[in-house]
Design a protein around this ligand. Structure first.
Ligand SMILES: Cc1cc2nc3c(=O)[nH]c(=O)nc-3n(C[C@H](O)[C@H](O)[C@H](O)COP(=O)(O)O)c2cc1C
Length: 171
């Protein structure tokens, strides 16, 4: 699939088929996604994959009962190593680059998953402290996104975008 088609076809998917996804496909997606840029090439990301039903249920609860998370065979959690960024770039690294770097990784995951015929949703609404505790994350490892991933059971229309002319300034 061409990159532009993956960008055009990607949608947030909130309903998943009850079919398995090979762990090889997940690793294929992640091994490409980590080609994302990061400030100073620090690559301050951690990736945690959950597949047990009870773990996914707990994560859905922590995400304010976004229960569609439990439907997908895998839930990928992306976390940022804020201390690593802080050690090189100070507060700007901790508060901004760590989030930008992990966001670049997340977008790559969504697009490569689309290319593989898989559906995803970038879930950002969750109790951060509760998720860090549940995953037993060390201090400074900040969970940034929850990504349920699986074969889609819906084909939502394009949700529309503000026209470029309304947001673009040639300065
Ligand atoms: C930072 C961020 C947080 C988001 N959090 C959630 C979320 O908690 N739950 C959800 O269902 N979708 C969430 N989304 C998905 C957006 O709702 C979605 O991308 C947007 O409505 C556009 O739809 P599309 O992805 O299908 O193009 C989030 C997206 C981003 C980028």
């Amino acid at each position: 699939m061409h990159l532009k088609d993956a960008i055009k076809l990607r949608r947030s998917i909130r309903s998943f088929q009850n079919s398995d996804v090979s762990s090889d496909v997940i690793e294929h997606i992640l091994s490409l996604a980590i080609e994302a840029p990061s400030a100073g090439n620090l690559q301050p990301w951690r990736i945690i994959i959950l597949s047990k039903k009870e773990d996914k249920k707990e994560v859905a609860k922590i995400a304010y009962n976004q229960n569609f998370i439990t439907q997908a065979p895998y839930t990928i959690i992306i976390a940022a190593d804020t201390k690593k960024c802080m050690s090189v770039y100070g507060v700007r690294g901790r508060d901004l680059y760590s989030i930008q770097d992990t966001s670049a990784l997340i977008e790559n995951i969504l697009l490569i998953a689309t290319d593989c015929g898989l559906g995803t949703c970038w879930v950002g609404a969750f109790d951060e402290k509760a998720l860090a505790e549940f995953l037993d994350l060390p201090d400074g490892i900040r969970p940034v996104a929850i990504i349920p991933i699986g074969y889609p059971a819906e084909n939502p229309p394009n949700r529309g975008r503000t026209p470029l002319r309304d947001i673009l300034t040639w300065f």
